[in-house]
Ligand binder design. Structure first.
Ligand SMILES: [Zn+2]
Length: 208
């Protein structure tokens, strides 16, 4: 018996999964489903980039290869793949990896080169930078037997994207497991009641 068998014996899970699956199928029926070929050039490039990133994934436990690509507000493409760990909680998701790539930027090598030229070993500019924001994001998932259900970013990734989104209505493109079809959703649809920095506002003791 596998762990999956045990999981499926849990009396409420099959029903819950069926209901969720039905909802997703319904959602995909209500939405425009795009063939990858009919997307604009920028989306196509994002999907290609995400597919290359997917091929670099490291999922030795789930075998679930995921690639993501972000178009930043600086018009640059950034990418990331999932990476699993034997301590499962350390797993890195592709969307978050692509956003980390956007945050660290593509100019690291040139900055190191500049330090070498200036014979420096210390980089003291730790002032906040004007970071690019996520403008578009594409995710590709493995092909599966049941291609009718779109795969959308998980809850952690929805929150992760929202921290550095350009606006709540940025488009997220999720591919179907079939591989050649995609569905667009806005981040606002996926994560309408997001946690953001306004929840961190506190009052001083005097005000309380
Ligand atoms: Zn995720």
């Amino acid at each position: 018996m596998t762990l999956r068998d045990l999981y499926e014996q849990n009396p409420w899970i099959p029903e819950f999964e069926r209901a969720r699956r039905e909802k997703l199928i319904q959602l995909s029926k209500e939405r425009t489903i795009y063939s990858i070929d009919e997307l604009d050039g920028t989306w196509k490039n994002l999907v290609r980039t995400a597919r290359v990133a997917q091929s670099r994934a490291y999922p030795p436990f789930s075998d679930y290869f995921v690639g993501a690509a972000v178009l930043g507000s600086d018009e640059e493409l950034y990418w990331g793949c999932n990476r699993e760990h034997a301590l499962f909680t350390l797993t890195v998701h592709a969307e978050g990896a692509a956003i980390s790539h956007m945050v660290s930027g593509k100019d690291v090598e040139s900055l190191v080169e500049k330090m070498i030229q200036e014979n420096e070993m210390e980089f003291t500019n730790l002032e906040p930078r004007d970071l690019p924001k996520v403008r578009r994001l594409a995710v590709v998932v493995p092909k599966k037997k049941d291609p009718s259900i779109p795969v959308l970013p998980c809850g952690l990734c929805r929150a992760d994207i929202s921290e550095l989104m350009e606006s709540p209505d940025i488009r997220i493109l999720s591919t179907f497991p079939k591989g050649d079809l995609a569905m667009m959703v806005s981040l606002d649809e996926l994560y309408p009641h997001r946690f953001d920095s306004t929840f961190l506002e506190t009052f001083s003791k005097e005000e309380n």
